[in-house]
Ligand binder design. Structure first.
Ligand code: 5AD
Ligand code: SF4
Length: 513
């Protein structure tokens, strides 16, 4: 959707609110509905447009001169990368970054909606900023990211958080200059949230965090509609970037000396399916990127349903695609998987794992798991535990199911008490720790290749980085190792990391173990 089309739609929130006013309903007459599965699934088939003409109008260029900004980021890598784009736009407007929130002239809270506790953290953060706004009323406070795409959240902010100056969503961060200007000019809260995703905008400025590792978006949105998940609503329909644009970005990162990139998407396996004029999928993209001289390439996240043999073959080739696959399973029980809408069974997941392990014997598999799905029985939960034993994941992110309004699962009655869910999570986490430790033990005494990212968080004399298979290694060595792939002798395997000693710079980027 281009700017002209956008203006013609009645589904945007474009509300300005007098802060004294109490009736907010009129601002929502023409806005998007709360998440609604039937409506969302009828997503328009209209073609996605690719916009290469983004530019910042001259009149905004000095907006931030002499002013500072700080962005607080919650949630996933997609949000972290959106923050880099917003930092790029703010930089182009003349703002400079600052670490001290009390000194910042513009504060943006980039929010996550995936679980209730993520949202609660954000509300308490916004609440904490009330006194700052009182002391420094000229500070501009903005809320953006996934939570802004939820009508209930926008309502709550309008009603209870007078200290917020602007709210914008995930589809219009490129309009930050205009939104900011409006916030400066108007005494009212500026709300601009698009319910519909717009064009894919290619040449947005970015200020990446660090110069060693980089995120690269390959697609936006998700069409999978797992029944518990808010993401298809907050991030919109799947839109893949054109291969040429991605490859050019990766080439450019290689030229700048980046050592590792991570290809990002909610479900990267769907990459390319929405581009009608092209028979090109993630396997093809990985193949093309493997020819670029960048030492390490990761990708996340993969849905087990459409993980192809072609992708397995490309990863098995070795080269720069690292043998680490994050493959969220969510549950080990067929009935739960079915109501989650995951489109695979325990058996087909295990079959995929077997195919991956057969072709990539040194693969590190990690996963996401939800416990305490509505009505999950003890036996069903135990199947998650036994699946974990069968696969021996090297790590897992584990969560208690969190009800998200508007998702199909939110309508389900739930007979599992919270303390039972908590107890299941504890049992699962014990297993996760056991296999994580076991995975690390295999490196004891080995030489590993580590991309040294800097000094350890705890000790400035200790260097830290990750192996290809995503194991954290702390080691003593020269500071000149920072930014390079180096060989490290592992002296000790701990519960969550390895300790080692620097040996030398690595000559090749092939895996040793
Ligand atoms: N409740 C708990 N966990 C969730 N996830 C997504 N939605 C929910 C929810 N409503 C988890 C899934 C997903 C990860 C990113 O977050 O495990 O893979
Ligand atoms: Fe959510 Fe991932 Fe399922 Fe998409 S594939 S709905 S992002 S859990």
């Amino acid at each position: 959707m281009n700017e002209e089309q956008r203006k013609g739609t009645s589904i945007d929130i474009l509300a300005e609110r007098d802060k004294k006013e109490k009736d907010y309903s009129k601002y929502f007459e023409h806005v998007y509905q709360p998440p609604n599965l039937k409506q969302a699934k009828k997503r328009g088939k209209e073609e996605v447009k690719y916009n290469h003409d983004f530019h910042i109008d001259e009149k905004y260029r000095n907006m931030g001169k002499g002013k500072t900004f700080l962005i607080k980021t919650y949630g996933c890598q997609m949000n972290a990368h959106d923050t880099e784009v917003m930092a790029g736009i703010l930089g182009a407007l003349g703002y400079t970054p600052i670490d001290d929130i009390n000194q910042a002239d513009v504060i943006l809270i980039n929010t996550c909606a995936i679980r209730e506790n993520a949202e609660n953290k954000v509300f308490s953060e916004i609440g904490n900023l009330k006194h700052l706004k009182k002391e420094k009323p000229e500070t501009v406070i903005g809320v953006c990211g996934c939570m802004s795409q939820e009508e209930s959240v926008v309502n709550k902010i309008l009603k209870s958080f007078q200290n917020v100056d602007m709210i914008f969503g995930t589809h219009n961060i490129h309009r930050l200059p205009e939104i900011l200007e409006e916030a400066y000019l108007s005494k009212a809260m500026v709300v601009e949230v698009w319910s519909k995703e717009g064009d894919v905008i290619e040449n947005l400025p970015k200020v990446r965090e660090g110069n060693i590792k980089a995120w690269v978006n390959i697609m936006y949105g998700c069409d999978k509609f797992c029944t518990y998940c808010i993401v298809p609503f907050t991030r919109g329909k799947e839109r893949s970037r054109r291969p040429h644009d991605i490859i050019e970005e990766v080439r450019d990162l290689a030229r700048q000396g980046y050592q590792e990139i991570t290809l990002l998407g909610q479900n990267v396996n769907s990459y390319g399916k929405d581009i009608d004029d092209l028979e090109y999928g993630l396997g093809d993209l990985l193949e093309d990127i493997s020819k670029i001289d960048i030492p390490r390439v990761r990708f996340t996240t993969s849905h087990p349903w459409d993980f192809t043999d072609h992708m397995i073959d490309v990863i098995a080739e070795g080269g720069n695609i690292v043998p680490h696959i994050h493959l969220p399973v969510q549950s080990g029980n067929d009935a739960v998987l079915k109501i989650m809408g995951r489109k695979y069974t325990r058996e087909s997941y295990l079959d995929l794992v077997a195919r991956i392990k057969a072709k990539i014997p040194n693969v590190a598999l990690t996963t996401d798991i939800i416990v305490g799905y509505p009505n999950e029985t003890e036996e069903q939960f135990e199947e998650t535990l036994t699946l974990y034993d069968e696969v021996e994941f090297e790590h897992a992110y584990t969560y208690i199911y969190s009800q998200r309004d508007g998702t199909p699962a939110a309508k389900m009655k739930d007979n599992v008490p919270l303390d039972v869910k908590k107890e299941r999570l504890q049992r699962l986490n014990k297993k996760v720790s056991y296999y994580s430790e076991k995975a690390l033990q295999q490196y004891d005494g080995e030489v590993v290749k580590v991309l040294c990212e800097g000094t350890s968080k705890k000790d400035d004399n200790v260097l830290a980085g990750y192996t290809e298979r995503n194991k954290l290694v702390n080691f003593e060595g020269p500071k000149s190792a920072i930014g390079k792939i180096v060989e490290v002798q592992v002296d000790e395997a701990k519960q969550y990391s390895l300790n080692g000693t620097y040996l030398r710079e690595s000559e090749s980027n092939m895996v040793t173990v």
